[in-house]
Design a protein around this ligand. Structure first.
Ligand SMILES: [Zn+2]
Length: 101
């Protein structure tokens, strides 16, 4: 799946060896940096994925989280959580937000 997406989004796929050599000659620094950035982005993607999974695992097994989800009648997705968090001003005033509650 991941590999499949990489290929779909990769403009260099199917490029002739001559063209690849040409680019290595003309824009070597950009290609090198792009490669490094893609490497870092994959790492960050992995980190974010692991943390999201851990939070979701917590919410599936924690009594407080489960009862809250049952009370509101829905299983809150993490993306919804951040949206609510932002809308309540939680992003800027987390302490105030918790005090009000
Ligand atoms: Zn919890």
């Amino acid at each position: 799946m991941q590999e499949h997406n990489d290929h779909e989004q990769n403009p260099f796929t199917g490029m002739s060896p001559r063209m690849a050599e040409h680019l290595r000659h003309e824009v070597y620094n950009e290609l090198t940096e792009l490669g490094e950035m893609q490497h870092v982005m994959r790492q960050i993607e992995g980190k974010a994925h692991r943390r999201t999974r851990r939070i979701n695992e917590h919410m599936k097994h924690c009594g407080d989280c489960l009862s809250e989800q049952i009370k509101t009648g829905m299983l809150i997705e993490l993306s919804d959580y951040w949206r609510l968090h932002e809308q309540s001003g939680g992003g800027r005033y987390p302490k105030l937000h918790y005090q009000v509650n």
